[in-house]
Design a binder for this molecule. Structure first.
Ligand SMILES: [Zn+2]
Length: 299
């Protein structure tokens, strides 16, 4: 089974003006065609999943309301994600977008998303201005743990116009220790704080990470991708590594199909062999591509 553990879906009306500008800025810097990034409809996603042989995809809501105005309130974004997972129950898994600064209201929304809308967890976007390990969010994590909600948290360099200092992988260390039954996934292996992310995943049995957003490394710096995976094998273990794409943001570089096929064909480049790093075997690649996510989401 192949599972994409991190993917976005939107229509233009879900975007604040600020998010639109961020996407246009990414396109200008990387010379991407903006229409590829704005066209993130479910029809396109399902078509590209089929082409790539992806069985299931985790789609996320985002609560960006503390930083950006947003045309649709965050609960409306969650309703939008919920409608899509109800439309494609065998293909899509939903995570709610809730900012823990919403306090009691956020906990109620978590309850609603998990119990009424069929979501499986929550996406955190700390780059809008919060440290995930602040004690004031402990009631939120307490409830998430009780509900069996999976936490997917952005780690690593965030988009322009959002705050970098909140995005260190180590900000999840205390949460993982204080909520041992909570499963936490660090998005993007905390890039560029990769060794920090690997350390956090190695010392905490309940912390995982996804390789979404690494399509550029795959295409232009494969040594960096392979080094990260080989170090994961030696440290936290391959069971902590989840395939992800951050679709549609990197489709101008690598299609979903190329990304999946690329993982299947990964080979250790000669410089890494010289460093004594290990090759990944077929079983380990299958774990990354889907088995690990299936275990976390109980599929
Ligand atoms: Zn993302």
């Amino acid at each position: 089974m192949i599972i994409d553990a991190h993917c976005h879906i939107w229509e233009e009306e879900l975007m604040s003006e600020e998010l639109r500008k961020i996407i246009l800025d990414i396109c200008a810097r990387k010379d991407f065609d903006p229409s590829q990034l704005f066209n993130a409809t479910v029809e396109r996603l399902i078509r590209e999943m089929d082409e790539a042989g992806i069985d299931k995809t985790v789609i996320v809501g985002i609560d960006y309301g503390f930083l950006f105005r947003g045309k649709v309130p965050y609960k409306g974004y969650n309703d939008y994600v919920a409608n899509l997972i109800q439309e494609y129950p065998d293909r899509l898994i939903g995570l709610a977008g809730i900012d823990p600064r919403r306090g009691k209201e956020g906990i109620q929304e978590l309850d609603r998303c998990m119990n009424e809308l069929g979501m499986r967890g929550v996406k955190l976007w700390p780059q809008t201005g919060f440290f995930p390990d602040d004690y004031s969010y402990y009631p939120f994590y307490e409830r998430a743990q009780e509900l069996g909600a999976i936490i997917l948290c952005h780690t690593g360099a965030p988009p322009p116009g959002t705050y970098l200092k909140y995005c260190h992988p180590v900000n999840l260390d205390k949460v993982a220790i204080d909520f041992p039954d909570l499963k936490i996934i660090m998005a993007h292996v905390g890039n560029p704080w990769i060794s920090e992310a690997l350390s956090v995943a190695t010392k905490n049995f309940n912390i995982y990470f996804d390789i979404s957003g690494w399509e550029g490394q795959f295409k232009f710096a494969p040594v960096a991708l392979m080094q990260t995976l080989a170090q994961a094998k030696l440290g936290c273990g391959i069971k902590k590594v989840l395939f992800g794409s951050d679709w549609p943001l990197f489709t101008p570089i690598v299609s979903l199909k190329e990304w999946v096929e690329g993982i299947k064909k990964l080979k250790l480049p000669p410089p890494l062999k010289l460093m004594g790093l290990p090759e990944l075997n077929k079983e380990e690649k299958e774990m990354i591509l889907g088995e690990n996510a299936a275990n976390i989401y109980n599929i």
